[in-house]
Ligand binder design. Structure first.
Ligand SMILES: [Zn+2]
Length: 202
């Protein structure tokens, strides 16, 4: 696991971006995150990027408690407890056939979490997993899923990551996303608020 740390002299948000959380998705995701790293760091605060938590591991869902018993899961918890980021973004990739189940409103019934919302070109966003949310180790947690095979989605992900890097407050990150994707973001926030209530988190 490689960690890239950018630290600005100016105080500001701490942002943690982690790719490739399980299985083999790291192989794909790290290519995009490495490109993002080449663009440099933020003007204020910190940016920590882990392009791939693992390149090849058994696939254990991050929604399962068992994930946090795997090596990758433990590394992730260590990163979060160490940096306590203001903004935490995890980047996964999905195969074409998983699109429907990730975005289906039935996901709540089937997996106990809300469906992900498509921003554009197959890039999906949603909240961090309930197990991570309950740790209270970050302020804003976003899960992003990009298609494992779709070059076009790369630019959408890069644009999203640049917003996280360049905005200087959480409200600005959300504001900028809202400007670009008003419908999608309102829907994602609505689902998250409903879900938080269900979990009893305020
Ligand atoms: Zn994944």
């Amino acid at each position: 696991m490689r960690i890239h740390i950018f630290k600005s002299r100016r105080k500001g948000l701490t942002r943690l971006v982690v790719g490739g959380l399980h299985g083999r998705e790291g192989r794909t995701v790290k290519l995009i995150l490495k490109r993002f790293i080449l663009e440099g760091g933020p003007r204020s605060g910190m940016l920590i990027v882990v392009p791939s938590l693992c390149d090849e591991a058994k696939y254990v869902s991050t929604l399962s408690k068992r994930y946090f018993e795997t090596e990758e899961g433990r590394k992730l918890l260590n990163l979060l407890s160490h940096y306590k980021p203001d903004v935490y973004v995890e980047v996964h990739c999905y195969s074409k056939k998983a699109f429907r189940s990730l975005t289906s409103p039935m996901r709540m019934v089937r997996k106990g979490v809300p469906q992900l919302i498509e921003l554009e070109r197959g890039v999906l966003i949603g909240s961090s997993s309930p197990l991570l949310l309950s740790t209270g180790l970050f302020r804003l947690g976003v899960t992003v899923e990009v298609p494992c095979r779709n070059g076009e989605s790369r630019d959408v992900l890069l644009r999203l990551l640049r917003i996280v890097r360049d905005r200087e407050a959480i409200s600005e990150v959300l504001g900028e996303l809202m400007k670009l994707y008003p419908k999608q973001l309102s829907e994602a926030i609505k689902l998250f608020e409903m879900y938080k209530q269900r979990l009893g988190l305020s």
